[in-house]
Design a protein around this ligand. Structure first.
Ligand code: X8Z
Ligand code: ZN
Length: 678
């Protein structure tokens, strides 16, 4: 609230300054500026819809038929589009007096601000340096996509069984060394319960991508900082954060860095409870030699390459193992669900809230099943072809629970596109970079709860009223969404510090692990050094994509759910709100989505919550998990309250030789036992 008060004052001062300047032009001058600005925007609208459609079409063609030529064509279209935006921005700056309209014509003014922001995303470097930056990025992308590792001696048979890839048993190195991140290494992390195997997959990915990415990442930081400075920002971190500024003037919006830090402080006690409970269960599974009872959790045991989602260890930690949540995939198979069928179920959820159904063209042009005649990029995505008519989905859907959830998420994106289609093109985005994702994830919260699964006929046995079932459900959501909060915070916290020069390149990896340990409470399963570069294991770091939006969206989705459930008159626990048929909620959601980015996001949030919460507010997430928190507190006793002490030698990073010996002793013992038995 304090931040917002200051911000209103700053905006008012800025506006007064601009108003004083514009006053000198007189009424006639202002009318001329308005008509000039309107004419510019009218032309921009026509040209940008065409340019955007050409770009999205090239990207769609590539994603649905992967060829080298398609990739080159899409890259060429991207650079054509970027040039178009930059040149429009130069014209606006040189020939339109848009700044004079900040008070009298806020909608016009805001469109120019957004254009400037879009232009700055790709501007700032002279051609040779811009080319160098593209090269560095493409080298790191190649390292991610082409790197592969060989199975460790002694693990070949087990890996073949885990991954279903028997190439590893063949004799030529080319055939043997075919473990890629996805699917092989990711699936080992997800399914194996052997700490040696897990440590192998965890470490070998970092060994193969970290060291070659390190010097390239350093150069990327230098180049992108240069560009940011030329754009008027102190560093890249400030430029990225400015995407969350409410009136798009650097430093005047809600300070996302402060907001994220404050939100984390409120979420941390709940996270510690989850951490303590999961740690105890993992210690039961792996023994206290591998998982120290009061220390951090070894990062390779959480079922995920990055420890960002702990969903894959649900079977080890579910509160009431004899009250299992239904096997939705099996039930879908039994009922003969098709990919089209699951999309229709998702569509029906939206229409039951009074939102529009998908247009006929959507069903004709979308790809919902993997084509067998050509290579496609199978990740699910929702597409907006910029013309207000053409929307598509790309999914290699199979009738499974995961894809049922994904279908709801993707259709939420399409709903958002369709709702803001009436806005001018510069407002056809989420109100902030996290809102699109937040809407999609909010929908998944509403549709995965046991009550809703029962409504869909996917919860046989009719026992969704059982409190223990709901506790299991809350744990499932916590493993996915609560575990993700600190992870999604530290990725950019670490990058902001590098961008601003708070620490030097020589200590990048140590600083990374300080945050991983201190905030997330996970430790590496092997000794790390500055020869390693573990942040590069994450694609978003080496492709230079901001990540804090994922943290913002992980909180916003609960704020949205709470607001919509209140509007719908839902009574009782928030985790039991499913929203189906709640037209009041649909109306509110429509209203939020329709404004696109035409309004500052705190204003959109105020509308959504009826003034209750305007900024990032963790209270809704805490409310959602209240029953789980109470249950965890009982289970943990005092245990969850103990902080990890960075200075305690027992928990210290495996950097110093003493703690390295302590932390990897168990792993080394297992590895040598394995080698001895060979
Ligand atoms: O990158 C993604 C999506 C595309 S926006 C697949 N996500 C983050 C990640 O994978 O790390 C979704 C969750 C967070
Ligand atoms: Zn999404």
């Amino acid at each position: 609230m304090r931040v917002l008060g200051l911000q209103v004052l700053l905006s008012a001062l800025a506006a007064a300054r601009v108003a004083a300047q514009s006053y000198n032009f007189g009424l006639q001058g202002e009318e001329r500026h308005i008509s000039e600005a309107n004419e510019f925007l009218r032309q921009y609208e026509v040209q940008s819809v065409g340019a955007c459609k050409a770009l999205v079409t090239a990207q769609w063609d590539y994603a649905t038929n992967v060829t080298t030529r398609g990739a080159e064509y899409a890259a060429a279209e991207q650079s054509r589009f970027d040039k178009f935006v930059r040149s429009a921005w130069r014209r606006a700056e040189s020939s339109v007096h848009w700044r004079a309209l900040s008070v009298s014509q806020p909608r016009i003014y805001r469109q120019f601000l957004r254009l400037g922001m879009r232009a700055r995303e790709t501007a700032g470097l002279p051609d040779d340096l811009a080319k160098e930056m593209q090269d560095v990025l493409s080298e790191m992308r190649d390292i991610q996509s082409k790197s592969h590792v060989c199975p460790a001696p002694g693990l070949e048979n087990a890996i073949a069984v885990l991954t279903g890839n028997y190439n590893n048993l063949y004799s030529t190195p080319l055939q043997r060394c075919s473990l890629h991140l996805d699917p092989e290494l990711v699936s080992i992390l997800k399914t194996s319960r052997d700490p040696v195997m897990l440590a192998f997959a965890w470490k070998s990915w970092r060994d193969v991508v970290g060291p070659p990415s390190r010097p390239r990442f350093v150069r990327l930081v230098e180049l992108s900082n240069t560009a940011a400075k030329r754009n008027g920002f102190r560093d890249v971190g400030e430029q990225w954060r400015s995407e969350f500024d409410q009136d798009l003037l650097p430093g005047t919006g809600p300070n996302v860095m402060e907001a994220a830090g404050a939100a984390w402080a409120q979420i941390e006690p709940l996270y510690r409870q989850l951490h303590a409970y999961v740690r105890r269960k993992l210690a039961q599974q792996y023994g206290e030699g591998v998982v120290r009872p009061r220390g951090p959790i070894p990062a390779h045991l959480l079922g995920n390459m990055w420890s960002q989602s702990w969903a894959a260890v649900e079977d080890l930690v579910t509160p009431f193992p004899f009250k299992r949540l239904p096997d939705v995939s099996a039930e879908m198979a039994r009922q003969g669900y098709t990919p089209l069928g699951l999309l229709q179920v998702a569509e029906q959820w939206f229409t039951s809230l009074g939102l529009p159904s998908m247009p006929a063209d959507f069903w004709r042009k979308s790809i919902i099943q993997k084509p067998l005649d050509r290579p496609v990029l199978c990740g699910s995505s929702a597409w907006d072809f910029c013309d207000g008519v053409d929307y598509r989905l790309k999914m290699c859907a199979t009738p499974t629970y995961a894809d049922l959830v994904a279908a709801h998420h993707e259709l939420a994106h399409v709903q958002y596109y369709m709702h803001y289609a009436a806005q001018p093109t510069l407002f056809r985005e989420g109100a902030n970079p996290a809102l699109h994702e937040a809407v999609g994830e909010m929908v998944t919260l509403a549709v995965t709860n046991p009550d809703h699964l029962q409504r869909l006929g996917l919860f046989p046995g009719n026992n969704s009223n059982d409190e223990e079932i709901h506790m299991n459900y809350l744990m499932r959501v916590a493993l996915e969404k609560l575990a993700f909060v600190p992870y999604s915070y530290i990725i950019d916290l670490w990058r902001w510090k590098i961008f601003s020069g708070e620490f030097g390149y020589k200590e990048m990896n140590e600083r990374w692990w300080q945050l991983r340990l201190g905030i997330q409470g996970v430790a590496p399963p092997a000794k790390r050094s500055e020869r390693d570069f573990d942040a590069a294991a994450k694609k978003h770091v080496v492709t230079h994509k901001p990540y804090i939006g994922y943290m913002v969206s992980s909180l916003l989705q609960f704020q949205m759910l709470q607001a919509l459930c209140r509007a719908a008159g839902h009574r009782g626990h928030l985790h039991r709100c499913e929203l189906q048929n709640r037209r009041e909620a649909g109306k509110l959601l429509s209203q939020v989505m329709s404004s696109g980015s035409s309004k500052a996001w705190p204003e959109v949030l105020r509308e959504l919550t009826g003034g209750d919460s305007a900024l990032l507010d963790p209270r809704a997430m805490l409310e959602f998990f209240t029953p789980l928190e109470q249950w965890l507190r009982v289970q943990n006793g005092r245990e969850g309250l103990e902080p990890w002490d960075l200075n305690d030698p027992e928990y210290a990073l495996p950097w110093s030789s003493a703690s390295a010996a302590a932390s990897s002793a168990a792993l080394s013992a297992l590895l040598s036992a394995l080698l001895l038995t060979m």
